[in-house]
Design a protein around this ligand. Structure first.
Ligand SMILES: Nc1nc2c(ncn2[C@@H]2O[C@H](COP(=O)(O)OP(=O)(O)OP(=O)(O)O)[C@@H](O)[C@H]2O)c(=O)[nH]1
Ligand SMILES: [Mg+2]
Ligand SMILES: [Zn+2]
Length: 371
């Protein structure tokens, strides 16, 4: 089969193979709406130096982005997990996503260029996210809280995976600590030494499912991928004994096709966690505070110093940890900041638009009239 023949007609897509890579009826509808019958469909399984490694269930090949994608400012630049239209070896468009996991806005980064937006996106079209945290110095309950809020914000179901359980005699205490802040979220203990947690995690995979892993460098994501796969397919790194922080071992994001069916995405460590401006991730992540708040005297209680605040009372009574409330306030403030920033920039855009219109009107008025 020649290269051209292979990639030109839509009939060359095998629907069964696409479904194994995660294709479902949502995308059928998107394609029908796009009215694009003569393009090949593939999934981005990794992004490497501006090139996309794509797969259609039969082949894997590298593609470059079409010019119009490079200059797009609307955030529809392909990320790992995206379904794309490809013409030969050029990705021409992204099929509208079901969801996107992104790092959110990071206040410190300033510039709102396309490149910045791209950098924030981690993965598209997911069914669940594993929050991977090592039971060594990596363990940090406040960080897990932030990941939970981030993932809820994206509308995705989280699973907390506590790796390196072999380092403790009683790892269950960590599991319970996490369960206390992550209501109804599965918390799974794993260890590469005895495969515990393996079958429970494998049950989240399955044909058509896509799961991404997030967590700091050295948390044990690649080790987990290997354990679930049943073979060493991802390279792992040793932790430097000096600071307990892993070196960045996995540098290219990659969707791995799992023997259980489904795809697992091994991410490089996300060191920074920030938020989207929209969504109710904080509320979902702090469900118990939300519930207490219903008993506050004032409906708009900020739980800081108001009389009749049920949340503050719960802290006094020892039912709610002060750290937990502080964490809630901190995330709320961050959200507020992002919201304000967005409103401000929207105002500025509006202002600039009117300036343009005014200029245009002026030019029209000045134009000599020909009769
Ligand atoms: N004792 C113990 N060590 C583990 C376990 N899982 C991972 N490790 C070790 O932790 C280190 C980091 O593991 P990786 O799987 O490479 O971590 P990663 O999250 O993929 O890191 P990046 O690719 O840098 O994001 C390696 O030295 C592993 O051997 C475990 O269950 N028990
Ligand atoms: Mg890794
Ligand atoms: Zn209150």
């Amino acid at each position: 089969m020649t290269k051209n023949k292979q990639f030109q007609a839509d009939t060359s897509n095998n629907p069964t193979l696409l479904r194994q890579l995660g294709w479902d009826s949502h995308f059928d509808l998107q394609v029908a709406a796009a009215n694009a019958t003569h393009t090949h469909i593939a999934r981005v399984i990794s992004v490497q130096r501006g090139l996309f490694l794509v797969a259609d269930g039969q082949n894997e090949w590298l593609c470059s982005p079409a010019g119009k994608l490079l200059h797009s400012q609307t955030g529809d630049y392909p990320v790992t997990g995206d379904w794309v239209f490809v013409d030969d070896s050029v990705v021409s468009a992204v099929i509208p996503r079901k969801n996107i996991l992104s790092r959110g806005e990071s206040g410190a980064r300033g510039s709102r260029t396309g490149a910045t937006t791209r950098e924030q996106a981690i993965a598209a079209n997911l069914d669940a996210v594993f929050i991977v945290c090592g039971l060594d110095r990596d363990f940090n309950i406040r960080r897990i809280e932030r990941y939970l809020a981030l993932i809820y914000n994206c509308g995705l179901p989280p699973v907390v995976v506590l790796t390196k359980a072999d380092l403790h005699d009683n790892p269950d205490s960590f599991r319970m600590e996490v369960e206390d802040i992550a209501f109804g979220v599965p918390v799974v203990l794993t260890s590469m030494l005895d495969d515990r947690g393996r079958s429970e995690l494998a049950s989240h995979l399955g044909v058509g499912r896509t799961i991404a892993m997030v967590g700091s460098s050295g948390a044990g994501k690649s080790t987990l991928a290997n354990m679930l796969y049943g073979d060493d397919i991802q390279s792992t790194g040793a932790i430097s004994s000096y600071d307990g922080k892993g070196r960045h071992t996995t540098t290219a994001r990659e969707l791995i096709r799992m023997p259980q069916g489904g795809m697992l995405m091994d991410n490089p460590g996300i060191r920074e966690i920030a938020f989207h401006e929209d969504g109710h991730g904080v509320e979902s992540a702090f469900a118990e505070i939300q519930e207490l708040a219903e008993s506050c005297r004032f409906a708009d209680c900020s739980h800081q110093n108001e009389p009749g605040c049920a949340v503050l009372r719960a802290v006094e009574d020892g039912e709610l940890l002060p750290d937990r409330l502080e964490s809630y306030h901190k995330m709320k403030r961050e959200m507020q900041y992002l919201l304000e920033r967005r409103t401000k920039s929207a105002d500025r855009i509006e202002k600039e638009r009117w300036q343009e219109v005014a200029l245009l009107v002026k030019q029209i008025k000045q134009r000599p009239k020909y009769k």
